[in-house]
Design a protein around this ligand. Structure first.
Ligand code: SAH
Length: 350
């Protein structure tokens, strides 16, 4: 067993099973702190790593919103979980073309990834969490594949009621089990009578983060784009999965050696941001949103400028936007706050 697996196993041997949320948090903290997981040689590839067009569309959204807001002098570009910094680099390059140069604040706990980000985004300021990001200027926050890495809490139907879903050791291996403590109050009425073994998953860390974003947007002004794979409405069942070597793996097999993720409940995340004080602009499919931002025209320009790369551009466009690729499973939640207007690509929700 690896160091982290060993540490978790010893903790469970001494103190008993731990909640799934704690298991996921500790495994991912180790995973991200010890490697650059992105790209062909890593475990998974994200939209900004597929093609620069993704970050460019986000840059256009930010620059357009800044113009609509009257070009305020000081704005913070805030990105939690910036990975290699590719998205920030591509988006900021486009913003600069509009004469927009926001102050850059990156939220990243992994020292390995901070070093990568410093290469692509010189002049950024790093933070361990949102708490230390300045409160005295509007923010444009962009989060791509950040929420899916935050720990989920699960409850499981066991016998007459609901229990927290825990991770214990069975025959020397990590395995999910039902905890002792009754958790009936945590089950929403619609699912209270679900069958034995049913799992209800929530993201308290995601909701807390979105609540804080909502509060910040209301108090400071600005806008946000939250992009991830997930559902428009809550679903029953565990979506916890491990991704290793570009394939799905057992989330309990090798903690700390695979990326643990869960699908994002966009309705819950939107509601948390609205409860914090932000306006929801809408939740769009990634394909539809990129289309509204003009990605097809951008692809056309790139193809004409470099015919030798035309095929790569076409393949990337398909991956980013097609319904059977990332176009529908991936969604974009738009938010605005304070006096700031609605951003492009969403018909604003009433
Ligand atoms: N947004 C990037 C990277 C996604 S990978 C892209 O699209 O390519 C997830 C990112 O979130 C990594 O940068 C990881 O280090 C960071 N991360 C994961 N959990 C975190 C946490 N609890 N706090 C801060 N950053 C976290």
């Amino acid at each position: 067993m690896s160091g982290i697996a060993d540490r978790l196993a010893r903790g469970i041997a001494h103190g008993g099973p731990i909640p799934v949320a704690q298991y996921m948090a500790e495994a991912n903290a180790h995973y991200y702190a010890t490697r650059d997981p992105l790209g062909a040689a890593g475990d998974f590839t994200t939209a900004p790593e597929i093609h620069q067009m993704f970050g460019e569309m986000i840059g256009i959204w930010c620059a357009d919103l800044w113009q609509r807001a009257g070009r305020p002098a000081r704005v913070l570009y805030v990105e939690p979980g910036p990975g290699r910094g590719t998205l920030a680099r591509d988006a900021l390059r486009v913003m600069a073309r509009f004469g927009f140069a926001p102050e850059v604040h990156l939220i990243e706990t992994s020292p390995t990834l901070r070093a990568r980000q410093a290469e692509l985004v010189p002049g950024a300021v790093w933070h361990d969490g949102i708490e230390t990001v300045p409160e005295d200027a509007p923010l444009l926050l962009v989060a791509n594949e950040f929420l899916d890495a935050l720990p989920v809490r699960q409850i499981v139907r066991a016998g007459a009621g609901w229990r927290e879903r825990m991770v214990g050791m069975i025959d020397g291996a990590f395995a999910p089990i039902a905890g002792d403590r009754p958790m009936d109050a945590a089950a929403p009425p619609a699912w209270r009578d679900a069958a034995e073994g049913a799992v209800i998953e929530t993201s308290p860390a995601g909701a807390a983060f979105m609540g804080e974003i909502g509060r910040r947007l209301a108090a400071q002004g600005g806008g946000a784009l939250v992009i991830d794979y997930g559902h428009a409405a809550p679903v029953l069942g565990s979506t916890l999965q491990a991704v290793r070597d570009h394939a799905r793996a057992d989330p309990f097999a090798a903690p700390g050696e695979a990326d643990l993720t869960a699908l994002v409940d966009f309705a819950a995340m939107r509601d948390a941001a609205v409860a914090g004080g932000a306006r929801a602009l809408g939740v769009a499919g990634q394909g539809a949103w990129l289309g509204a931002m003009g990605i097809a025209a951008r692809a056309q320009t790139l193809m004409q400028a470099g015919p030798e790369r035309a095929r790569d551009v076409a393949v990337a466009l398909h991956r980013l936007t097609a319904a059977e690729a990332m176009g529908e499973l991936f969604k974009v939640l738009g938010l605005a706050g304070g006096e700031w207007p609605a951003g492009a690509g969403f018909p604003e929700e009433k």
